[in-house]
Design a protein around this ligand. Structure first.
Ligand SMILES: N[C@@H](CCC(=O)N[C@@H](CS)C(=O)NCC(=O)O)C(=O)O
Length: 203
């Protein structure tokens, strides 16, 4: 299998971590979605990474769909509960973490624009989304029902990749203040080999 992605994307990292956790062997094809002559649209018409080329050459895109595809293959450990409603709860938290990563990405891209072209409104709206999302994840982590590194699941992985991205890009650097459960979760996840091997390169 071939994973099309970049080393800094939290969505690509989510899929890399999943495959490492499951022991799935894959080739990493490092492509930037942002370069003018990017080949990413060849794999995903939306021009976004990750995309996954499966052994039968079918290409899958959007990390949530790729994650579902990988689960369907059935390699252990399962990263979703077998009960469908429980799995939906885990997936909702995965999507929440991904949504925070989306907002962080908007902020990073906005801040790359010249100062006088940046929209304060866009920056503020996305910072608020991140803060609200983190508050909900902190509550879920304290409750310990769907977020549980004892038996790592897809929500844990998506949250770890999102926090890794916030740290890497220094978006909302105070994210950890008064969120001890998320801090503990991140510390535990970052010790795993799958996370250590996918740490974003220093800029
Ligand atoms: N919902 C998508 C989001 C993927 C995404 O936004 N990837 C970024 C890199 S982190 C990208 O490829 N952006 C290029 C673009 O928006 O044109 C997923 O989960 O795969």
């Amino acid at each position: 299998m071939k994973l099309i992605g970049s080393y800094t994307s939290p969505f690509v990292r989510k899929i890399s971590v999943m495959m490492l956790e499951k022991g799935i062997i894959f080739e990493f094809v490092n492509l930037s979605p942002y370069s003018e002559d990017s080949h990413v649209p060849h794999y995903n018409p939306l021009g976004k990474v990750p995309a996954l080329v499966a052994d039968d050459q079918q290409t899958w895109f959007d990390s949530a769909i790729i994650a579902e595809f990988l689960e369907l293959r059935g390699e252990a450990p399962a990263l979703l509960p077998s009960d469908r409603l429980e799995a939906l709860n885990v997936r909702q938290l995965e999507k929440l973490a991904d949504g925070i990563s989306d907002s962080a990405l908007v902020i990073v891209r906005e801040q790359m624009r010249a100062g006088d072209q940046q929209s304060e409104e866009v920056l503020l709206r996305n910072r608020e989304k991140i803060q609200r999302g983190l508050d909900m994840l902190e509550k879920a982590a304290v409750a310990g029902k769907w977020i549980n590194t004892q038996q790592i699941n897809l929500a844990d992985i998506a949250i770890g990749c999102m926090i890794g991205y916030l740290n890497f890009r220094r978006v909302v650097p105070n994210w950890c203040v008064e969120r001890p459960a998320l801090v503990k979760l991140a510390e535990t996840l970052f010790q795993r080999e799958s996370f250590a091997r996918t740490t974003p390169p220093s800029a």
